[in-house]
Design a protein around this ligand. Structure first.
Ligand code: NAD
Ligand code: ZN
Ligand code: ZN
Length: 389
């Protein structure tokens, strides 16, 4: 089969590789019909995750037709059209029993690598390097899906791939980002990053009852989608000081909750307020502002800081003093996708949200290497790429 594989930082290649085979009773093989490129793929592509190796198949957002099942599967059947959740979860361990699927204790065969970095291991993830289990990803013609009964949802007849594909990751992730804010009527929610995850976090904040949603980015095409499709207010952080603008917009108190939908590769500084403080010697130079710091500083006292942007554990900065003295609540996690697939599918079916609003590019799998560049560089007003193997 053909698959999009890692070559070196900034480079992938579509190669011929062996077809996947059933290895365990609970596996399914899926013939992929649609797959997407995610901001999380960029951490690998940019060389931020050291456990990626040449030849690794990328991709954790995919769906397709089940062409083969292991003899231990109960629910999934040959011929089913399914969307696949990005975390691989067994469904029966301590964490899965608490719906903490992205912390599954049985799905990461390379747990020892992750434990060294994080204390305990998170779940295995498709196409996310050896630290996350070394599973082949879904930017390919076929994929092996372990624990297929737990990690797939059957697509109802009449729904298109594009309507349901994002149930694999970014819709549940954005939704969990908003849900973690415990939104109350009247709440103002500020979201750093108007990429796919940030846009779904904003849309979800409205679904969960927020009164105002404010999106922050510097890419005008993305800010425009936030305004026009999500009906958010926006701040371009290259034109405005985010801290001061947010205080003006909220009567000096700050947003009730803030969501970091950017992660560790945040570009530049967002709040000159913090730069001033560095200049005044009030902050160490190597504590330079990043999105997480800014979000924490801007959040109203007693509010929630919800972090869905990915951090690696190596380069993260964290202003504990602000969190402690102002009674902030920090919520975070890799999305427990399996928890959200069914309720969010229902919301799509009822027409409460149309997830296709952020698709800007559709291409063949063979175009994946070029599409990675377009997506990374935000060329051609790119927000989300869907590949059709
Ligand atoms: P993306 O790269 O397309 O979007 C990131 C956006 O952040 C871009 O529009 C960029 O311009 C903006 N940005 C950069 N620096 C900024 C700054 N200083 N202030 C404000 N905005 C800034 O990625 P995405 O697909 O939307 O994903 C966003 C993040 O969510 C990534 O870190 C990704 O790994 C993470 N993610 C987490 C989960 C999870 O389960 N928690 C799942 C999927 C993605
Ligand atoms: Zn993703
Ligand atoms: Zn489990």
């Amino acid at each position: 089969m053909r698959a999009n594989t890692f070559v070196s930082p900034g480079k992938t290649r579509v190669e011929r590789v062996p077809d996947p085979k059933i290895l365990n009773d609970q596996d399914a093989i899926v013939r992929i019909t649609s797959t997407a490129i995610c901001g999380s793929d960029l951490h690998l592509y940019n060389g931020f995750i050291p456990t990626v190796e040449p030849g690794d198949i990328f991709g954790h957002e995919f769906m397709g037709e089940v062409v083969e099942v292991g003899k231990g599967t109960r629910k999934v059947k040959k011929g089913d059209r399914v969307v696949v959740a990005f975390p691989i979860a067994c469904g029966s361990c301590y964490q899965c029993g608490r719906q903490m699927y992205s912390c599954c204790e049985n799905s990461n065969p390379n747990a020892w690598i992750a434990e060294k970095l994080m204390g305990h291991s998170p779940a295995g993830v498709f196409g996310y390097s050896h630290m996350m289990g070394g599973f082949a990803g879904g930017q390919a013609e076929y994929a092996r899906v372990p624990f297929a009964d737990v990690g797939t949802i059957k697509v109802p007849d009449g729904m298109t791939d594009e309507q349901v594909l994002f149930l694999s990751d970014i819709f549940p992730t954005g939704y969990m980002g908003a849900e973690m804010c415990d939104i109350k009527p009247g709440d103002v929610i500020a979201v750093w990053g108007c990429g796919p995850v940030g846009l779904f976090a904003m849309a979800s904040a409205y679904l969960l009852g927020a009164e105002r949603v404010i999106g922050i980015d510097r890419v005008e095409a993305r800010l425009r989608v936030a305004r026009e499709k999500v009906k958010a207010e926006t701040i371009n952080y290259e034109e405005h000081d985010v801290y001061r603008t947010l205080m003006e917009m909220t009567g000096g108190r700050g947003p009730d909750s803030v969501i970091d939908a950017v992660g560790m590769e945040a570009h530049g500084s967002t709040a000159m307020f913090l730069v001033d403080r560095v200049k005044q010697g009030l902050m160490l130079e190597n504590d330079r502002p990043n999105v997480l710091r800014d979000a924490i500083m801007c959040c109203r006292s007693g509010g929630t800081v919800s972090v869905v942007g990915v951090y690696s554990g190596l380069i993260d900065k964290f202003p504990m003093g602000s969190v402690m003295n102002r009674s902030l609540r920090i919520m975070t996690g890799q999305c427990h996708v399996q928890r959200y697939m069914k309720p969010l599918l229902e919301r799509i079916r009822k027409g409460e949200i149309d997830p296709t609003f952020l698709i800007t590019h559709r291409a063949n799998l063979d175009d994946a290497p070029a599409m990675y560049r377009t997506f990374r560089d935000k060329q051609d007003e790119c927000i989300k790429v869907v590949l059709k193997p």
